[in-house]
Design a protein around this ligand. Structure first.
Ligand SMILES: [Zn+2]
Length: 283
């Protein structure tokens, strides 16, 4: 696990075992806030160790940016904390998180110590604020990667923990293409110092404009490819030829995982169009 100080009392963690997934900590004088947990118990416990022993404060809140396993399955390692999330995150953890943990435990015994802990404090629109020491956190919705995405802005530092609404390659399979475009555009307008992506590296101020543009271009490229595919007799055969580079992204992103994400994006978008939901929206 990598760790970096982003700004005063703000820390970032990145997994080196699963998809470069990230988490954050904002520490106040009495207590701290954790943003997302890491994919495997050992890494989440390592993060907790750092907060409790090196920073010397307990964790009072854990904010889940969305319900996916790699961001929430460490909730149980903060038994004294209140979990904050989008209202749908709670529903989705019940509906999908619990059965998928049961299945995952059979594959990976390291997960036996994991229990799904549901958010106690939720919201579904607008913003929620949380003051940690001198820092004001603004929590707001950031949909598109999932229907329960939220992001956390550290107001004083202009550091945004974007969750998976911002990734090295946008991933929309469990979300919605129009929502992710709206989220990426909004992030682009926020005058940020840093974007902490849900996966991958921190984006610095000077890189933000390009990252936003590249993600929007990628979405346009896959939409265009899917529109063409939908007009073919064998749309899936056509999509097989649409490689990630032709959509403006590199295959080495996220340790090579990007290729799989790209292929799944294309298939999901095709389904969306074929189901009739997106036929006008994406044309
Ligand atoms: Zn994720």
């Amino acid at each position: 696990m990598h760790r970096e100080r982003v700004s005063e009392n703000v820390y970032w963690f990145q997994s080196d075992v699963y998809a470069q997934v990230t988490a954050g900590v904002i520490a106040g004088p009495q207590w701290s806030v954790v943003i997302d947990t890491l994919a495997l118990p050992d890494e989440t416990l390592g993060m907790r160790e750092f907060v409790e022993h090196e920073l010397g404060v307990p964790v009072r809140y854990v904010i889940n940016t969305h319900y996916h396993a790699d961001h929430t399955w460490g909730n149980c390692f903060f038994p004294g904390a209140t979990i904050i999330a989008h209202e749908h995150c709670r529903d989705l953890l019940i509906e999908r998180g619990i059965p998928s943990l049961e299945a995952a435990i059979k594959q990976n015994p390291a997960l036996q110590q994991v229990k799904i802990v549901l958010p106690q404090m939720t919201f579904s629109s607008g913003e929620m604020t949380l003051k940690v020491g001198k820092k004001n956190l603004t929590i707001s919705t950031a949909l598109g990667h999932s229907d329960d995405g939220i992001s956390v802005l550290v107001e004083e530092d202009r550091v945004l923990f974007a969750g998976d609404a911002f990734m090295p390659i946008p991933y929309i399979v469990d979300g919605n293409v129009d929502d992710i475009v709206a989220s990426i555009k909004r992030i682009g307008r926020m005058s940020l110092e840093n974007i902490v992506q849900g996966h991958g590296d921190i984006i610095l101020r000077g890189e933000i404009e390009t990252a936003v543009k590249e993600n929007l271009n990628y979405i346009s490229a896959i939409k265009k490819a899917v529109r063409t595919a939908a007009r073919r007799k064998e749309p899936l055969d056509y999509l097989e030829e649409v490689n990630i580079e032709s959509c403006g992204k590199s295959r080495v992103l996220l340790g090579g995982l990007a290729v799989q994400l790209h292929e799944r994006n294309l298939r999901a978008l095709l389904q969306y169009v074929q189901s009739g939901n997106g036929s006008e929206k994406i044309s």
